[in-house]
Design a protein around this ligand. Structure first.
Ligand SMILES: [Zn+2]
Length: 641
């Protein structure tokens, strides 16, 4: 039911198909009180809402409205024809300790009123010991089993399987492992409201990170009661696809005015820092003078517009690949979020996100804080240089990132950088080396260790290593080295070394060896001097994509990769049923992917083979390897036409 259109790490623009229309994620579902709608859904649609969540239990308890909803259906009752999710009363169970409905009753009720996404009656608890949470989780799992048995398989409703366990991360893991086995379409993470109310964002973040490690990739993750928009970008970056919030109206009732930076009390405002329709057409003083009900409605609308605006900002950031930057700016806005910086951007979290991170981004990376040096794309770059560095000369010159060193055939050049560690001169155009801007940075202890480790590994490959005298950096790994003494030469390095360095960086160490070195001809653009394409005596082998300096293989190079490397290297192995289509240059759909090289990342150039390793086609991966396996909707590989 769910497919991905665009990704930025774990954040994704996706499409969830429901019985009453598509839900495009990330999405905020404003909460509607079914018995007392303060703002009509049409009014909220004007504010930017696309779907809603309401409470089936509150409807069930109100006998008049219950009959009405059963008779005319939920959509007519709410007066909204798009996707509607319903909650089960579990929140009321958490708040008040009991509810007057059974799991079976609320499941049937949601089926009958025609909800698009329903929730069984899970058991969240507000507080308690490990044992209390464990008991509640066991009961949730039991009810999930009951749900799977009694649900009507012919009803088009999608079902949500909530994750419980509170702040106890091994219980979150247990909950995910159990829920993954069952038939659900969406996984909300529950029990976060009490933590959010105490500004305990740290535990919420840890819960989301843990859940994302164990939940199936092809089911959207929903954060129950996500509340304040200043937390949306952070959750989205960690892989949350759906939010619901009643904050817009709950805050308004207390005269609290929401911004993405925090919340203001109306009485403290002199100006509205917003130009939405409400704030544009009323002064603060006018709103203060209004009666309570009108005032609440207007503030609620503003609060909603701000919350939905943040979701759009997140979507655009995903398209541009800049969600990390938005997250950092939100974190810096509020002290209660400040301590999240080191957990969201630390290397172990970034290592996990890296698996899902596309190869390059639409825009340059902006490094506005040293912590962004830990972002997934930079970790990937450093790992690849460490593993795949291409040596072609016996003499190595080391300089600083900003030093101009002549590049010649007589020696090989690397430059050291406080952000990237090591930059081989041949790879200077590769994303994100050129495509980044950053604040001035010092060499951290970690980056010095990285550079030294690199030199430890590669120094035996060189007979002579020369360090530029102005490079004021202690290189422990080089006990003795010569000082740079004006090496002569302005000749360009042979183009094929640039090509081979790029091939190894992109495809893997030593992959350049599949080309016959003597025959290779690399062409540069006459106008710009940028590498354009390369060929051998037989014909064209590949082109260089200018935007991120990626090598795009031709059919011949794809065949060479296939002949020279055994499966699963570079391969997406397709179900035989799909082969006739892929042969006709139709994109390979995720549902036909049988197996895949787990090194493949979104944006990589890949081979498509059948189950007997027959070469079928080649193209660009639009999903990461684990996603190709998990998803049964959407495209996995865009075939080259
Ligand atoms: Zn406003």
């Amino acid at each position: 039911m769910f497919s991905i259109r665009k990704k930025d790490g774990l954040a994704r623009i996706g499409e969830l198909i429901t019985n009453n229309g598509k839900i495009l994620t990330p999405i905020l579902l404003p909460v509607i009180n079914p018995n007392k709608q303060m703002i009509h859904p049409n009014e909220m649609v004007k504010c930017g809402a696309e779907a809603f969540i309401t409470n089936a239990y509150l409807l069930f308890k109100n006998s008049l409205n219950k009959e009405k909803a059963l008779k005319e259906g939920l959509h007519k009752f709410i007066d909204f024809s798009g996707p509607l999710m319903t909650d089960s009363g579990a929140f009321q169970l958490m708040e008040y300790g009991e509810v007057s409905v059974t799991n079976q009753q609320i499941i049937r009720f949601q089926e009958k009123i025609g909800s698009d996404i329903g929730v069984f009656l899970d058991c969240p608890i507000k507080e308690g010991s490990y044992d209390d949470f464990n008991l509640a989780l066991d009961e949730t799992i039991r009810r999930a089993d009951e749900h799977n048995k009694i649900r009507d398989p012919n009803n088009p409703i999608l079902w949500a399987g909530p994750i419980q366990g509170g702040r106890f991360l091994d219980l979150i893991k247990k909950s995910c492992v159990e829920m993954k086995k069952k038939e659900f379409n969406v996984h909300p993470i529950g029990s976060v409201v009490p933590l959010m109310e105490n500004y305990d964002y740290l535990n919420v973040v840890k819960m989301i990170i843990t859940a994302k490690h164990y939940l199936p990739l092809n089911r959207p993750v929903h954060l129950f009661g996500a509340g304040h928009p200043m937390f949306f970008a952070i959750s989205s970056y960690l892989g949350v696809d759906m939010f619901d919030s009643a904050a817009y109206v709950l805050y308004a009732k207390k005269d609290r005015y929401i911004t993405v930076f925090g919340t203001n009390y109306l009485e403290n405002l002199q100006y509205f820092p917003c130009i939405c329709e409400i704030c544009n057409s009323h002064s603060v003083q006018e709103i203060k003078r209004l009666d309570k009900e009108t005032r609440t409605e207007l503030i609620a609308k503003h609060n909603l517009i701000v919350s939905l605006g943040e979701i759009r900002r997140i979507k655009q950031a995903i398209i541009e690949g800049r969600l990390g930057e938005l997250v950092l700016s939100r974190i810096m806005n509020h002290p209660s979020l400040g301590k999240l910086k080191n957990i969201i951007f630390n290397s172990s979290n970034s290592d996990f996100i890296e698996i899902f991170e596309p190869k390059s981004k639409l825009r340059s990376l902006l490094i506005t804080d040293p912590i962004l040096a830990e972002q997934p794309l930079i970790l990937r770059y450093k790992q690849r240089i460490m593993d795949r560095f291409y040596c072609w000369n016996s003499k190595l010159v080391i300089g600083h990132e900003f030093q101009k060193l002549p590049s010649t055939q007589s020696y090989q050049v690397i430059k050291v950088s406080p952000l990237f560690g090591v930059i081989p001169a041949e790879l200077i155009g590769v994303f994100p080396l050129v495509q980044h801007e950053r604040i001035p940075m010092l060499f951290s202890r970690e980056i010095k260790e990285y550079i030294n480790k690199f030199l430890e590994i590669y120094k035996p490959k060189f007979k002579q290593i020369v360090v530029h005298p102005s490079l004021d950096l202690e290189l422990k790994s080089l006990e003795k080295f010569e000082k740079f003494e004006g090496l002569r030469g302005v000749e360009k390095a042979e183009r094929h070394h640039t090509l081979f360095a790029m091939i190894d960086y992109q495809f893997g160490k030593g992959v350049h060896k599949i080309l016959n070195h003597k025959d290779i001809n690399v062409e540069r653009s006459r106008r710009t001097g940028i590498l354009r394409r390369f060929s051998d005596d037989i014909g064209l082998l590949g082109t260089f994509r200018a935007s991120d300096f990626t090598i795009v293989p031709t059919l011949r190079l794809a065949n060479l990769l296939h002949e020279n490397f055994p499966p699963p290297k570079f391969r997406v192995i397709a179900d035989n049923e799909s082969i006739p289509y892929v042969l006709k240059n139709k994109d390979l759909l995720a549902k036909f992917v049988k197996n895949v090289d787990f090194e493949i990342r979104c944006g990589d150039e890949v081979l498509i083979t059948d189950e007997n390793d027959r070469f079928i086609n080649f193209g660009k991966a639009v999903l990461a390897a684990p996603e190709m396996i998990a998803f049964d909707r959407g495209v996995a590989v865009q075939v080259r036409h």
